[in-house]
Ligand binder design. Structure first.
Ligand SMILES: NC(=O)c1ccc[n+]([C@@H]2O[C@H](COP(=O)([O-])OP(=O)(O)OC[C@H]3O[C@@H](n4cnc5c(N)ncnc54)[C@H](O)[C@@H]3O)[C@@H](O)[C@H]2O)c1
Length: 462
């Protein structure tokens, strides 16, 4: 099939590449010429494990193309996937300006285009415009209206929310737990089912449903996952207040099959470009329809508070120092900037909130992330410096903060860390170190939902 992906971000580039990899002819369109130039030079504008290789292979096979030429990309496509961003606006609503701009371009291109959809063309061969971006219920109807304003030629609409996870996106797309297709007629559903059939050979389902339900599935799934994270963080905070250990509580709780153990890890809360905005979009949908979303408002509040509580822990430690209390002039090392491991995405990352706060309080930050320095610079500018490896970041540091659970931080050289830091104080926002190891090597160690290790603290400052 001839496919055009609109937007070469985390979703459009990965899904477009995977569609091309099974033999489709795919064009990835973006309005950002820098991204397209990079792609023409064989460089992926995002970090996603395995993606560079897959892009190279399919470009070489002449199945994967990149362009900024809208008219050409839209006119030649049989199926167009809109994969542009839907960030929160100031009121928390999903901002549809990119989606509707793409719809307008598509309408213009169809109208001006020659080809297969003109005149009394067979309806069954009309272009399908698929909204893959995460959008509030009712958006497909708006996209359809926007296109229909600009052309009388036939086209079909569909919703196809994407469930891939950054860091495991290629595998998620190639072997999805399910595919959700929302459409208005059987023919469109069948054509999209054909496209996805090669990805579900292992028996995973393709659900074809009405458009509003398909739009809602994605929000419901993300809201559920965000709820699990806020839930376990709230329990972790109670553990901390009462001297219980969240690791033990988690084990005891999650062995109940009805609960399960996925997505129930305490930490700094969720970040990234999806959960925060999607929870807010659900709340905004509730407000618009006067439907209470009490639970989801709390999920959001708990998540915001989690970062603040962690910052308060750091501040409290530095306030208690006898000689030079406070954060001003302190050197802080940060390990991990990406909102989770496996990606360079730092949108809504807890690390950014924490670093911005510490910089404001006068601390000097030296940060290390295996892949996210470039994306972090966009938010932090030159207010922090970046180390070339984790050990270089901690040289002379008054504290180390772990913000992302990259594997390489899990079993470090504890002895080396301790000897290179000015004081061996660690704030582990992801609970990736064992408390026993921290105690054994003489760290002051704060984590989430577990009692701090303060063993040598008394003698540290004497
Ligand atoms: N990132 C994820 O893990 C993920 C997962 C599932 C769903 N989603 C959803 O998918 C959508 C896209 O997310 P993303 O993270 O890939 O976004 P992104 O910001 O990484 O990429 C969006 C791209 O669209 C381009 N663009 C904007 N307007 C355009 C236009 N008119 N024509 C062509 N290109 C245009 C931008 O330049 C950008 O490159 C969002 O709605 C998001 O919620 C994201």
């Amino acid at each position: 099939m001839r496919i055009t992906m609109v937007g070469t971000g985390y979703v459009g580039l990965v899904t477009g590449t995977c569609f091309s990899n099974i033999g489709n002819d795919v064009t990835c369109l973006d309005i950002d010429p820098k991204k397209i130039e990079k792609l023409h030079n064989g460089i992926s504008p995002i970090y996603e494990p395995g993606l560079d290789e897959l892009i190279k292979r399919n470009v070489k096979a002449n199945r994967l193309h990149f362009t900024t030429n809208k008219a050409e990309a839209y006119q030649k496509a049989e199926i167009i996937f809109i994969c542009v961003g839907t960030p929160s606006d100031e009121a928390g609503h999903a901002d549809l300006k990119y989606v509707l701009a793409a719809a307008a371009d598509i309408g213009d291109a169809i109208e001006r285009g020659p080809g297969d959809t003109g005149g009394d063309v067979d309806e069954r061969r009309a272009k399908i415009i698929v909204v893959k971006s995460t959008v509030p219920v009712g958006t497909n109807a708006k996209v359809k209206a926007e296109i229909a304003k600009r052309t009388k030629k036939p086209f079909k609409m569909a919703s196809n929310p994407e469930f891939l996870k950054e860091g495991a996106a290629i595998n998620d797309f190639n072997k999805p737990d399910r595919v959700v297709i929302g459409c208005e007629d059987k023919g469109t559903g069948d054509r999209l089912r054909d496209l996805y059939e090669p990805f579900v050979r292992q028996g995973h389902p393709i659900f074809v449903m009405d458009v509003p339900s398909a739009e809602m599935v994605k929000y419901a799934a993300n809201a559920m996952l965000a709820t699990k994270i806020s839930f376990i963080n709230e329990i972790a905070n109670l553990c901390e207040a009462y001297g219980a250990d969240i690791d033990e509580v988690r084990r005891g709780m999650c062995s109940d099959k009805r609960i399960g153990n996925q997505f129930l890890y305490p930490g700094l809360g969720y970040g990234g470009s999806c959960f925060p905005k999607d929870v807010l979009a659900c709340v905004a949908m509730g407000e618009k329809s006067e439907t209470p979303t009490t639970l989801l408002k709390s999920v959001h509040q708990v998540n915001q508070r989690q970062r603040q509580a962690f910052i308060a822990k750091i501040e409290s430690h530095f306030r208690s120092l006898p000689d030079h209390p406070g954060l001003a002039g302190k050197k802080i090392a940060v390990w991990g900037i990406a909102f989770k491991p496996g990606t360079d995405d730092v949108r809504e990352a807890p690390s950014i909130t924490i670093m911005q706060h510490l910089v404001k309080a006068g601390a000097t930050i030296v940060a290390y992330d295996p892949v996210a320095h470039e994306t972090a610079h966009h938010f932090m500018n030159d207010t922090i410096t970046y180390a070339s490896d984790p050990m270089a970041a901690i040289d002379g540091a008054d504290a180390l903060i772990i913000c992302t659970d990259w594997d390489e931080f899990k079993q470090p050289d504890f002895e080396g860390i301790k000897s290179r830091m000015a004081s061996p104080v660690v704030f582990d926002g992801r609970n990736i170190w064992r408390r026993e190891a921290a105690r054994e090597f003489g760290f002051v160690y704060h984590s989430v939902g577990r009692e701090p290790v303060l063993g040598e603290q008394a003698c540290l400052w004497q």
